[in-house]
Design a protein. Structure first.
Length: 316
């Protein structure tokens, strides 16, 4: 019985040693994981400085960045304040310019309306309108000329003279003065007809030109609005450049931290292996303890059943 207990005691002791070895290996792997974890670097340049705060996760035991930031140098900070202080003036200027250029939109619409009026008539109608306008303008003068001619013929006693009429040609009789007068009117009307074609073309061209002018007003409005906001855009661009300069230490720190990311991944893997190693050692120790206590109970049960006495001899 003593040998049996001793052998089981050795098993129990070996299980404890296995468990302790597993815990030591797991702790070493944890330390390896922490050493390979991401380590941000705070930096300082002429343009500013960056700060990173590391905190250890109580669950995984790995460090992580809980906060990060950067501080601009005094010169850059003063420039930033100056640029930001000018945003209000730039915005006000842009709004005033936008209101002024906004008047071009109604003007362009009115121009388009006038252009439509000029192009509403066909070329034939435009020629006819031109003829009517010109003849109406010449009508008073023609009437005066005709009255003067009639007066002269009456004073000379030739008011009733009429020659040149024919029955076959259906030509009316007249005197030379009236014939010359009407011939002059006909010649003048022919000249007006020739000018009517040119006037119709000019009318159509002017309507098309008005459309171009209306479009030009809209283009001027768009360009004006763009130029109105140009100073503000320049201020925003300069402010963004200054901000990027102040972020340089922060970006450099991030780049250094990124270079360590492969090590961080290895640290996570090592931490996982540590947990697995500790778990395996614990399982082995638990199995050994179960074997020890199972054997001990079995041995004790056998000894108890035998009572520790030799069997009785049979009677002859």
């Amino acid at each position: 019985m003593g040998k049996l207990v001793s052998s089981f005691a050795n098993i129990f002791t070996g299980a404890d040693e296995t468990k302790a070895a597993g815990e030591r290996a797991a702790e070493q792997q944890r330390q390896t994981a922490q050493g390979a974890a991401f380590r941000p670097v705070g930096m300082t340049t002429r343009y500013g400085s960056s700060q990173f705060t590391r905190t250890t996760d109580p669950t995984t035991g790995l460090p992580y960045i809980s906060s990060a930031g950067y501080t601009a140098s005094p010169e850059l900070e003063a420039l930033q304040n100056q640029l930001f202080g000018g945003f209000g003036g730039g915005a006000n200027f842009a709004q005033q310019q936008a209101q002024q250029f906004g008047a071009l939109s109604p003007a362009s619409q009115r121009t388009f309306g006038i252009a439509e009026d000029y192009l509403a008539s066909s070329p034939e109608q435009a020629r006819q309108d031109y003829m009517q306008t010109q003849q109406a303008a010449l009508a008073p003068g023609r009437e005066q000329q005709y009255g003067a001619l009639q007066n002269r013929l009456f004073q000379t006693g030739r008011g009733g003279l009429a020659t040149g009429g024919t029955m076959a040609g259906n030509m009316q009789q007249t005197n030379p003065e009236l014939a010359a007068y009407y011939n002059a009117l006909a010649q003048q009307d022919l000249q007006l007809a020739a000018g009517a074609e040119q006037a119709a073309q000019q009318r159509i061209g002017f309507g098309i030109d008005l459309y171009g002018r209306g479009a030009g007003l809209l283009g001027t409005q768009a360009q004006g609005l763009s130029s109105a906001y140009s100073p503000l855009q320049t201020q925003l661009g300069l402010s963004g450049q200054v901000e990027q300069m102040a972020q340089m230490p922060y970006q450099l720190g991030i780049q250094l931290g990124t270079a360590q990311q492969p090590g961080q991944q290895q640290g996570v893997q090592a931490l996982t292996q540590a947990a697995q190693t500790q778990y395996g050692a614990t399982q082995a120790a638990n199995a050994a303890n179960a074997q020890f206590w199972g054997g001990l109970i079995s041995a004790a049960g056998s000894a108890y059943a035998g009572g520790g006495k030799a069997p009785a001899k049979p009677v002859a």
